[in-house]
Design a protein around this ligand. Structure first.
Ligand code: ATP
Ligand code: LTN
Length: 340
């Protein structure tokens, strides 16, 4: 007999996000803007997180280094709190449906749309000798990543908003032609730390590929390097820890301190009233070092256990394939591919 008193299993909304393994480490911007939130969402959502190595080859990579960086980045998302028992953690190239759906979506994405992407414009200016088709169609692969899992929410930093909008447009277009095939995803962009700026030039976003070593804090930087980078952060000459439009350097440091300690902007202003920038920069550096210490230790432990990492990414790929294949099958049917 059916047990009517048994609670109905509630279907949790789906989260998907990805990060490139372009260095084996992530920047403090990647972490505060995106990855830190990934672990927090694991209990309330069905989450899938991917190391997107196929996106990484849109700019030239050294193959041996890419392989090493991919494993390190995978270990790093686990070290940042992604639990492979709760979430699906996998490496993009292990799950063939991503490339397969990306091809189909390429045929439903317009040249004009891709031409308007600011990341494409920035990256093609930066890599003028290698403006390849993959760099151009990067957003349709990203749309495939997201749409394969019938994703509701995509936690990313503010710089990915335009790509996300395009993924929504592609989903709506496809649904308009063929009925409800894809869930239309929404972005999940944090209120603080959605755009961490370079420490050397607070007018620019903190980026993995900045040539200025002082601009970017990496999660695997040794503590003394982190402190040094914060000490040399570009600020202004007012010596007042206050959040104001004309103080981008201080605003950035305050956002970082707030994201790491949980203190509000007002609390930080009170805490550092009458103190100089030297004290404040040191406090931010020390807070970041403390936040990263357990992550660095866990990353080192995980990297020493390659068999465990492999068992995690294999299990993740298997689960990811199972879910994503269902969406791909539907798509193939809708567009008229002969079943076999
Ligand atoms: P690159 O700078 O080489 O283009 P990236 O640092 O932007 O790379 P990605 O793998 O493209 O790295 O981004 C991973 C995630 O980190 C994305 O969700 C992105 O929005 C977020 N992110 C990247 N930079 C920042 C930043 N400065 N502040 C907040 N979030 C960021
Ligand atoms: N383009 C993203 C990385 C990325 C991604 C995704 C993010 C690839 N596929 C799917 C969210 C969902 C970036 O951060 N540069």
């Amino acid at each position: 007999m059916e047990n009517n008193t048994a609670p109905k299993l509630e279907k949790k909304p789906v989260i998907f996000s990805g990060i490139q393994p372009t260095s084996g480490s992530f920047t403090l911007g990647n972490y505060l803007g995106a990855v830190k939130n990934w672990s927090k969402l694991q209990d309330s959502y069905n989450c899938a997180y991917s190391i997107v190595n196929m996106h990484a080859i849109t700019v030239r990579q050294d193959p041996a280094q890419l392989k090493k960086n991919t494993l390190s980045a995978f270990a790093l998302i686990l070290a940042c709190g992604v639990d492979p028992e709760k979430s699906i953690a996998f490496i993009q190239s292990h799950v063939k449906t991503h490339a397969e759906l990306a091809w189909v979506l390429n045929c439903y994405t317009q040249f004009g749309e891709l031409s308007r992407m600011t990341q494409f414009k920035d990256k093609s200016a930066k890599h003028a000798d290698n403006i390849n088709a993959g760099l151009f169609t990067y957003p349709s692969l990203m749309a495939a990543d997201i749409l394969l899992y019938q994703t509701n929410l995509v936690p990313v930093g503010a710089d990915q908003k335009q790509h996300l909008e395009l993924a929504r447009d592609i989903a709506l277009r496809f649904n308009g032609l063929y009925g409800n095939v894809f869930q239309v995803p929404d972005g999940y962009i944090p209120k603080t730390a959605a755009r961490i700026m370079s420490l050397a030039d607070p007018g620019k976003k903190m980026s993995k590929s900045d040539e200025n070593a002082k601009a970017t804090v990496f999660l695997l930087d040794p503590p003394d390097t982190i402190i040094k980078k914060f000490k040399s952060a570009v600020t202004d000459s007012e010596a007042l820890v206050a959040y104001r439009e004309d103080k981008p350097g201080i605003n950035n440091l305050m956002s970082i301190y707030s994201a790491v300690t949980g203190a509000s902007i007002e609390e930080i202003e009170t805490q550092f009233a009458g103190k100089g920038y030297g004290d404040f920069k040191l406090a931010v550096g020390e807070a970041v070092v403390e936040e990263l210490r357990p992550i660095q230790e866990k990353h080192a432990r995980l990297l020493a256990d390659k068999a465990y990492l492999e068992s995690c990414y294999r299990a993740g790929a298997e689960k990811a394939l199972g879910i994503s294949q269902r969406t791909l099958d539907k798509v193939y049917k809708k567009v008229g591919f002969l079943p076999y």
